[in-house]
Design a protein around this ligand. Sequence first.
Ligand SMILES: *Cc1c(COP(=O)(O)O)cnc(C)c1O
Length: 369
Amino acid sequence: MIPDGVRALAERLDSVPAYVYDLPGLDAHAAAVRAALPGTELYYAVKANPDPRLLETLAPHVDGFEVSSGGELAHVRACRPGAPIAFGGPGKTDAELAMAPGVARLHVESPGELRRLLARDGQPVDVLLRLNLDVPVAGAVLAMGGGATPFGMDGEGVAECLDLLGAGGRVRLRGVHAHLASGLDAPALLDLARAVLAEGRRLGLPEVVLGGGMAVSYTDPAARFDWAAYGAGLAGLRAPGETLRIEPGRALTAYCGWYVTRVLDLKRVHGEVFAVVAGGTHHLRTPVAKGHDQPFAVLPTGAGQEVSDAPVTVVGQLCTPKDVLARRVPVASLRPGDTIAFAMAGAYAYTISHHDFLMHPKPAFHYVT
Ligand SMILES: *Cc1c(COP(=O)(O)O)cnc(C)c1O
């Protein structure tokens, strides 16, 4: 399952831990996603992974970038100058709102935020209202909508915004935005799309953003989101004159990243085998954050006492029992010095991790090109 280029690089790294990004793999994946979405606009949700090389690889395949903070906005402006940007996220500061002129779209989170935007003067800003629809999001891994959450607005909030915007002016209402749940398959996301689109039509707004949240399976890395079914479904829902836009993060970049490390110590404690690797969840917090075993490949670079055909728990160097990357995973053979390449570390991986805990060295970043 590990691409040849990643394997070759991982085996000859003289310093670990490191992140290895498979740029040709990302390029091919993004091209396939783009091709499956005829007539639907595609933005990449930068918070999944803001690495400039990933943004560069994605750029030819996406219509723009969705950012969730002033920091991400400045980053994308610096490394992808001129690329269309959608600026969302709860709790925008006045300083962040001041950065809005020039973005393609600003996603308004609340009537209070809109009031602060209207109170500013300056260049025009094109906005979408972020909806929090009361629709069921059963099966979702994370729910940002479908009930009381801090994201977006219910009907009352939307009505208040429409009143505030009534007079027209420099803040121009273009449509609605929703990002209601994550971890959903194509049929479930199409159900949500129908509900969001119906609300856009009810409000007479022809531009509708459906968010991200396409499912990624960490237990079955080969199982992929059905982009073809989703793209065809969206094409069928869209009426002439309407714009539909999606903004996936995880399902675009998760697969291209590998966290590569080596086994420092292999030990048996009270009957259970532990492989202690260089680094840990302070570089790759994803398995702890999501409560899964991070899938991995073993590359035989080691020597010494072998453990064979045993369930192995892979832990990092942190002095906490939470520093577990994978639990009781059967491995055919493992030795100290073997390289372990954790798959699916391209999204919500390094940037969500607590890098400074215990002051271990930071990983290096390498790119297969
Ligand atoms: C995080 C986020 C996304 C991307 O979600 P994924 O689950 O990574 O696809 C899209 N839109 C908004 C508003 C987000 O906050």
